[in-house]
Design a protein around this ligand. Structure first.
Ligand code: LAC
Length: 225
């Protein structure tokens, strides 16, 4: 018998692919596009970690904008304001991973409660998940903006549990980002690592008991009661 769970999904890198924005960047940057997309994402996350450590907050839209400016400068490139705006608009229309819709469908059919928990602002998440055709699967969109902190700060995961009206131990975080998996674990949550990296997990802690290679495996991989 399958246990019905409250599953909270990370968004960027888990449901949608932030690196695929390189197809849009290519128009402006040619062959530098993928390297700039990767540097953009790395810097964006670095800024969130640093803001969390400083206990300061600027929302994810602002962090994403500043990280783009850095990634362009680091590559010795610049884009005019209209081109930058076009890219930031595209950030709310990212490609979803091919296993996202069928995976979420199976989980919803099995009766699990699905929510998202993301660094994205509420406006970014509504737009992004709407454009990707994923919004309908989620009962709630939980944004770090509600506590003005970034993952993996513990208050993010405690807030997620509060929003669901459950103790942290009764909410399972599903993420492809090891820092997010370990952050949720540190806050007392069970987790799933969605391995989109070919097996490379952090060495800061062990991977969780449940590891899947695609979201379509998740409904069958959740532990029995
Ligand atoms: C998110 C980032 C971590 O969606 O990808 O929260």
């Amino acid at each position: 018998m399958e246990r019905r769970e409250a599953l909270a999904f990370d968004v960027y890198g888990t449901l949608v692919d932030p690196i695929r924005i390189d197809t849009r960047l290519e128009r402006f940057l040619g062959p530098d596009a993928t390297a700039v997309a990767e540097a953009w994402r790395r810097k964006q996350l670095e800024y969130t970690f640093r803001l969390a450590a400083m206990q300061r907050y600027e929302d994810f839209a602002e962090v994403t904008r500043k990280a783009l400016v850095y990634a362009l400068a680091a590559a010795g490139r610049s884009l005019d304001p209209a081109q930058q705006e076009a890219l930031l608009a595209q950030y709310n229309d990212l490609e979803c991973f091919p296993d996202a819709v069928p995976g979420l469908q199976r989980l919803a059919q099995a009766g699990h409660t699905l929510v998202v928990c993301s660094n994205g602002t509420p406006a970014m998440l509504e737009a992004l998940l709407g454009n990707a055709g994923l919004r309908g699967y989620f009962r709630a969109l939980v944004s770090v903006d509600e506590v003005r902190a970034f993952k993996p700060a513990p208050q993010v995961y405690h807030h997620l549990a509060r929003r669901l009206g459950r103790p942290p131990g009764a909410v399972r975080l599903v993420s492809s980002n090891p820092f997010d998996v370990l952050g949720a674990q540190a806050a007392g949550m069970p987790t799933v690592w969605l391995d989109r990296s070919g097996g490379l997990f952090d060495t800061l802690g062990p991977p969780p008991a449940v590891v899947v290679r695609a979201l379509t495996e998740l409904a069958g991989a959740l532990p029995a009661p």
